[in-house]
Ligand binder design. Structure first.
Ligand SMILES: Nc1ncnc2c1ncn2[C@@H]1O[C@H](COP(=O)(O)OP(=O)(O)OP(=O)(O)O)[C@@H](O)[C@H]1O
Ligand SMILES: [Mg+2]
Length: 252
């Protein structure tokens, strides 16, 4: 089985528009093959921009991204980005949605067996013939996850995949993602606002801050965390997400 991609950012700065302020400044970020990285930070600090640059959907104004040493110039199905909203095609069945990337890759013949395996993996066994509208929000996220995995990507980038879900569905989907990560040796980058997502799924947490978007902390998460250590890490991560003090006091 091919291993996960190595992802490297060098001297990346990104501005939206010609004269705008830098939305992102990352002098260096290296993600090892099969590493599981969570990126946390307050709204607007550049997390989605970072993910889109890694995925080849946005070209950085300055600097470069390399995947396994090769500069990224365009999106690749092997480095797949899943957005917060599932973005499934409503006129196709769940199985057809999942098989789509295989069809585009000229591998439609593999679809039946692969789709069946993926449906089981994400907890949607027997729902392949359902229409997208017949699925709940959490089930649609699972279908989107299965679709992201259809062509055996070597990196999976998730941009806040849980934020529209209730707590129970969120925990279930987290579990499914863990199963997927254990089944495939894949590099994983998860953007999240939720410190527990990060602690559950990542072995490293990158903390970002705003204006410009930059990395301010990079924390290893040990595989075996006892309760006290976990609580301390959680507190550190929550602290790093604390809102800035208001620039003026509200008075009566
Ligand atoms: N297409 C765009 N044009 C102009 N500015 C943009 C564009 N996309 C993002 N920005 C700006 O770049 C900054 C970083 O945006 P980004 O979407 O990466 O933040 P984020 O950390 O993902 O936020 P959130 O947690 O709310 O999703 C923000 O200030 C945002 O307003
Ligand atoms: Mg975002």
């Amino acid at each position: 089985m091919p291993s996960g991609f190595r992802i490297e950012l060098r001297g990346v700065t990104h501005r939206f528009g010609r004269s705008g302020a830098a939305a992102l400044e990352v002098s260096s970020l290296e993600i090892a093959p099969a590493e599981r990285v969570a990126v946390i930070g307050r709204s607007g600090c550049g997390k989605s921009t970072l993910l889109q640059i890694i995925a080849g959907l946005t070209k950085p104004s300055v600097g470069s991204v390399a995947i396994d040493g090769v500069e990224v110039r365009a999106p690749s199905p092997l480095c797949t980005l899943m957005f917060q909203r599932p973005l499934l095609f409503p006129w196709l069945t769940v199985a057809e949605n999942i098989a789509l990337a295989l069809r585009f890759a000229g591998r439609a013949g593999e679809a039946p067996a692969r789709v069946a395996r993926l449906l089981t993996l994400v907890g949607l066994e027997g729902r392949g013939q359902a229409r997208v509208a017949e699925l709940s929000g959490g089930q649609q996220q699972r279908a989107a996850l299965a679709r992201s995995l259809a062509v055996e990507p070597r990196a999976l980038l998730l941009d806040e995949p849980f934020s529209a879900l209730d707590a129970v569905t969120r925990a279930e989907l987290r579990h499914e993602i863990r199963t997927v990560l254990d089944a495939f040796s894949i590099t994983f980058v998860l953007v999240t606002h939720d410190v527990d997502d990060a602690l559950e799924l990542a072995d490293r947490v990158v903390v970002m801050a705003r204006a410009p978007g930059r990395i301010i902390d990079d924390i290893s998460i040990p595989a075996a965390l006892d309760a006290a250590r976990r609580a301390a890490l959680r507190a550190r991560l929550i602290d790093s997400l604390e809102p800035e003090p208001a620039p003026f006091a509200l008075s009566a």
